[in-house]
Design a protein. Structure first.
Length: 131
């Protein structure tokens, strides 16, 4: 059985980040449609799911790869902002974050040092703040 599936998938695109995102969105739509009793959301969820599996079983690898790259160009900056926010939340116990008044770069300094003079690593502007 495993070998039959492997032969079937040979030459097909398979799963990528866009396919995973589409499947996640379709599951959300289907669950929302069950809670809200909405046939429109249910239909939309199954259309998105169908499109996701169409991409997975497609033999046009170059087109699917280009679609995934386009998706990643939009998704990676959003994902990066969430990761940086998550890291800042983790470090908020031991550090404070300030924006440079000149270039708006975020600068991390240790907490509990009182009034300190901060030098921006990007533009070398010096400014004072309480940590």
């Amino acid at each position: 059985m495993k070998e039959k599936f492997r032969r079937f998938m040979s030459g097909r695109y398979g799963f990528d980040q866009l396919s995973n995102a589409l499947i996640t969105v379709s599951i959300i739509f289907i669950l929302l449609s069950a809670g809200l009793q909405s046939s429109v959301l249910n239909t939309l969820g199954f259309v998105v799911l169908f499109f996701s599996y169409f991409r997975v079983f497609s033999r046009n690898i170059y087109k699917r790869y280009a679609e995934n790259q386009k998706f990643l160009n939009y998704w990676n900056p959003i994902k990066g902002k969430f990761y940086s926010l998550k890291n800042r939340m983790k470090q908020s116990k031991t550090h404070k974050f300030y924006k440079c008044p000149n270039c708006n770069k975020r600068v991390r300094v240790p907490k509990g040092k009182g009034k300190i003079r901060i030098t921006c690593p990007e533009c070398k502007t010096k400014f004072e703040a309480r940590s």
